[in-house]
Design a protein around this ligand. Structure first.
Ligand SMILES: [Zn+2]
Length: 276
């Protein structure tokens, strides 16, 4: 039964991934995701439904438009497969539940932001601000897996219901790690006199906090920053780009940090907390 549910979730993930591809292309360009129907970005001819089946059409068309033979970006099947894998995994792990739905939505938002940043260096508000709101709403229906606010409330002598604490955790986690990121960017700008970080990254961090809770969000921020520094430096070295002109797609690394937080992050945070 669980396997069947997870497989159905995976199939649904393929469809959602296909929709995310539309969002990744259109939102950064200020276009509607509802109209018009999908079209080839090469010849602008509408794409028939049989050429728009997730992954399968890409393989059958060998990655080229049926009409103009323009290459279809590998991002299309990749986003579909990644979303399907995430949906399968979370339903497999948590069963068909609100908790699983929350992590499916969160990973879909992360995947869309990661690829939008990679391609356009833009993080659309629909995903960052819209996503943050969804994270807070989910906190009402399923408790945020974090106890930071709960502990602070106990220390301060407050008591509150589980739902109130969950919403509070989501809000605090949306503000604090994003605030740290914003302050870092602000100081960098003051000291180096160039912009190191876009406000889109700060909004993305807020979205992640709303879903992850304080510790998970801080884990994602640290993991993403470390990964971004290592990969960014290696990239500049290898391609011999001018370091002062290269713009690192930091949202990509935040996205990977977020995925790590909901897969390997939990146990690592526990291990680290145990060492303190
Ligand atoms: Zn075409």
């Amino acid at each position: 039964m669980l396997l069947l549910e997870a497989l159905l979730a995976g199939l649904f993930g393929l469809l959602i991934g296909s929709f995310l591809n539309v969002c990744i292309y259109r939102w950064p360009r200020g276009l509607s995701v509802v109209r018009p129907r999908s079209f080839c970005t090469g010849c602008e001819k509408p794409i028939a439904w049989y050429d728009n089946v997730p992954v399968a059409s890409y393989l059958l068309l060998r990655g080229k438009c049926r009409h103009c033979r323009a290459p279809i970006a590998w991002r299309y099947p990749l986003v579909e497969v990644l979303t399907a894998a995430a949906f399968f995994w979370f339903v497999w792990r948590f069963g068909a539940s609100v908790g699983a739905a929350k992590y499916c939505v969160f990973s879909a938002i992360l995947i869309a932001l990661t690829f939008a940043d990679l391609e356009t260096r833009l993080l659309p508000d629909e995903l960052t601000i819209g996503g943050a709101l969804m994270g807070v709403v989910f906190a009402w229906f399923t408790p945020v897996v974090d106890s930071t606010v709960h502990l602070l409330a106990l220390l301060a002598g407050f008591s509150a219901g589980q739902r109130t604490l969950s919403i509070a955790e989501s809000l605090v986690a949306a503000l604090v790690p994003a605030g740290i990121l914003w302050l870092t960017g602000y100081l960098f700008e003051k000291i180096r006199h160039r912009e190191g970080l876009g406000f889109g990254d700060v909004k993305m961090m807020a979205m992640m906090g709303a879903f992850l809770g304080t510790r998970g969000a801080l884990f994602a921020l640290v993991a993403g920053s470390l990964l971004g520094s290592i990969v960014g430096l290696a990239y500049i070295r290898i391609t011999r780009k001018n370091a002062s002109e290269y713009e690192l797609p930091f949202g990509v690394f935040l996205g990977i940090g977020g995925m790590l937080a909901i897969t390997v992050g939990g146990p690592m945070v526990e291990w680290y907390a145990g060492k303190l």
